[in-house]
Ligand binder design. Structure first.
Ligand code: GLA
Length: 724
């Protein structure tokens, strides 16, 4: 619901459980009043009186600009008395950068607003657009707020418009500014950090005076820092306490800041990285910023995660695929790496068919001169020496066996030893005269250039058009360095990162629209581009190259803080694990992989008879629970970072059934912490816990709990809980 009271000039927004309130104050600025648990719209007058007037600058006060430093603002401005981090900074033709953005007009429209060239919420109930005008220039800002009655997510973004005749340089344009006043909640900041094979590990630290800055300058969202920040009140836990989430729906270099300022408030902002940013706006031009999804929960982190999961499933992920049964794939990467031929692939395909797997995905190495990672990227033409009979022979084999076929691409990359590079050396990101940095022996194509994106679109389309391909794995295996395009004028080099992101989105949009029957999985050296922007095009993303049965519990736990399980590709791989050298039981690897879009990443033809029987059983089990993975509510019960157990539970929305997976890391005969209290069930309903042969009310299962069985090192259990 979005309301505007002309008497008080107050905007009152609410979603499922939250309210968000701000007003035009005495000097025409947008003053923030409240963000938190839902309150009545009739309390707006109280908010203005009690929370607004204390700080509101008055028009007859000569010094009022300086008082904006104490004001909670909807958009921080620069060089006019608000000394906190600004939200938007615009430099005019004469170099002047001071702005005072004041209310000009607003409109409330039905539904969500499309965002040209970028991912955005597909649906919502209503959107508010408030237009602000700079008192000193012709620059305008549209602040956008989108809400839905059934969601705890508030979507925000802004657009900067040059209404004048001279060009201006936008030096900074974050997507949102949100202010949380000091209400004695002693917030801590949670972020998802990591590296290759260790993505999205949650890190919680107290906030203190100064600025906490999260960012990626790698050209994409990155393994190291997810574009997400949550503020947790003191003592908030998995299922209790207040949490505010801030997630960017963006895949490029980004920055997010939380500034604890002198006035006791916390200003949270984020968007396109402002590091060396600059965007030239000519007369009449508009710069749109990516959307950010803000979430409020007073049911702890778990409540926030469930609200985000619903949001991603309802509003971001392609509706055609989001609830559709996912293909159970076998991928040949860890089975063969680059060393494969028809026979090796056929052996995997034949075995996959016997075990109930439905899609075979051919990974890196099928194209160009690609026998190692030193060559071939960019040449999306089959390597006929390796694959006799080309892709067709492999696809035919899949078809004979009743399997579908998937293929790996790394569309944004080029090897120097490739026909593409030899023909267009200038298409790689580099600066003439400067030796380019190599990463995994490769360079990145300059996607700020339309002709480069057009070429890749044509090359990938040709393969998809000429072959029966139902699944694409879209990889990206290095960080961006030189951040320079020969095709951009000097004053536009600050646009590079964002223009690259727009090029990536352009290709993703064109390919997914041209091939709607192809299921696209995202990947970036594991889970390096796992963000709300990428999920718009890729319903699932390869979560991590680390598939070890123990490490994966942490990676999936951290990822689930923001992203739904159905968006995580999770495969069973061989032991000793290729990343950690650890051996974990086959059952455990299957149980952990069932908490996502499941599949296999090993040489099926080398499995023992018992392991093959387990694969069959795992797939049978998956078919039983995949509805819960796709649509259920997640409850995280035992934290793998701080306890000896990992445990998560999926509950059907109607609470008729649940599925619980857990793992014990170290065997411990004296472990007295084996009582596990379930969550999310209906207290008054009687449930059967199938594997334990127990019957109990939801209340007893949640309050008294289950006693976990003793297991060996890395032993796991999977329990089916159904209404009796
Ligand atoms: C990345 C991916 C892997 C695999 C390789 C192929 O590392 O994460 O799954 O596709 O590239 O080179």
């Amino acid at each position: 619901m979005i309301g505007f009271d002309p008497q008080t000039s107050c905007f009152f927004l609410s979603g499922k459980n939250f309210s968000y309130v701000f007003a035009v104050n005495g000097v025409g600025m947008l003053q923030h009043l409240y963000y938190g648990h839902q309150i009545a719209a009739s309390d707006a007058a109280f908010l203005i009186k009690a929370h607004g007037e204390a700080y509101a600058p008055q028009a007859d006060d000569l010094n009022y600009d300086m008082r904006t430093d104490d004001m909670l603002s909807e958009c921080g401005s620069f060089a006019r008395g608000d000394f906190r981090e600004p939200t938007v900074v615009v430099e005019r033709a004469d170099g002047a950068r001071m702005s005072r953005f004041c209310y000009h007009s607003h409109k409330i429209v039905k539904g969500a607003l499309p965002l040209k060239g970028m991912p955005c919420a597909r649906k919502a109930d209503e959107t508010l657009v408030v237009t602000l005008k700079d008192d000193f220039s012709e620059v305008e800002i549209d602040l956008k707020y989108t809400v839905s009655e059934d969601s705890d997510v508030l979507v925000r973004s802004l657009a900067v418009r040059n209404g004048g005749s001279d060009p201006v340089q936008v030096k900074k344009a974050f997507s949102f500014c949100a202010e949380l006043p000091d209400t004695r909640r002693n917030f801590s900041a949670l972020r998802l950090t990591g590296s290759w094979a260790k993505e999205r590990a949650p890190v919680l630290s107290p906030l203190a005076e100064g600025i906490l800055r999260l960012h990626s300058s790698r050209g994409y969202s990155s393994h190291q820092m997810n574009p997400f920040l949550a503020l947790l009140e003191e003592n908030a836990g998995e299922e209790m306490g207040e949490c505010y989430g801030f997630a960017l729906l963006y895949s490029g270099s980004f920055a997010m800041t939380a500034e604890c300022s002198h006035n006791g408030s916390i200003r949270v902002q984020g968007g396109i990285s402002d590091e060396l940013f600059g965007w030239k706006l000519c007369a009449g031009e508009v710069l749109e910023t990516p959307q950010a999804a803000l979430c409020y929960s007073r049911e702890g982190l778990g409540g926030m995660s469930r609200a985000y999961h619903d949001f991603f499933r309802e509003s971001i992920i392609d509706p055609k695929y989001v609830h559709a049964r996912r293909p159970v794939v076998v991928n040949n990467w860890e089975a063969t790496y680059f060393d494969f031929d028809n026979e090796k692939l056929f052996a995997i395909i034949d075995e996959a068919a016997k075990l109930g797997i439905d899609t075979f995905v051919l990974d890196d190495g099928w194209f160009g001169k690609r026998d190692s990672d030193t060559s071939g990227l960019g040449d999306w033409v089959v390597n006929g020496h390796k694959l006799k009979g080309g892709l067709q022979a492999v696809i035919d084999r899949c078809k004979q066996k009743g399997l579908r076929f998937g293929l790996w691409f790394e569309p944004e990359m080029v090897s120097e030893d490739s026909d593409l590079f030899r023909a267009h050396p200038d298409w790689a990101i580099a600066k003439a005269g400067v030796e380019p940095c190599r990463g995994r022996n490769q360079l990145i194509l300059d996607f700020t250039r339309k002709e480069v994106v057009d070429h890749v679109f044509a090359a990938v389309s040709k393969v998809l058009r000429e072959n029966d391909i139902s699944y694409v794995k879209w990889d990206k295996n290095r960080d961006m360095t030189e951040n320079y395009s020969a095709s951009l004028s000097p004053e536009r080099q600050g646009e590079f990162w964002h223009r690259y992101a727009l090029g990536f989105y352009d290709l993703a949009k064109r390919l997914t629209e041209a091939f709607p029957e192809v299921f696209f999985e995202g990947c970036a050296g594991g889970g390096g581009r796992f963000d709300g922007g990428a999920l718009y095009y890729f319903p699932q993303i390869w979560t991590s190259d680390d598939t070890d049965g123990m490490e994966r519990t942490k990676i999936q736990w951290g990822t689930s803080i923001l992203y739904p399980l159905s968006s995580m590709s999770c495969h069973v791989s061989a032991c000793p694990n290729h990343q950690t050298q650890r051996t974990t039981p086959f059952f455990t690897r299957g149980a952990i992989a069932s908490l996502g879009a499941t599949g296999y990443e090993l040489d099926l033809s080398k499995l023992s008879f018992e392991e093959k029987e387990q694969v069959k059983a795992q797939i049978e089990n998956y078919k039983r629970i995949d509805e819960l993975v796709l649509k259920g509510d997640l409850y995280r019960l035992s934290d793998p970072f701080h306890t000896n157990y990992f445990c998560e539970m999926l509950v059907a929305k109607d609470k008729s059934r649940a599925y619980l997976v857990g793992e014990q890391f170290r065997a411990d005969p004296c472990d007295h912490s084996r009582v596990l209290r379930l969550q999310g069930l209906d207290a008054g309903t009687i449930y059967c816990v199938e594997e334990l042969g127990l019957k109990a009310s939801g209340g007893a299962l949640m309050d008294a709990g289950l006693i976990l069985p003793h297991l060996g090192d890395c032993g796991a259990w999977g329990l089916h809980i159904e209404k009796a």
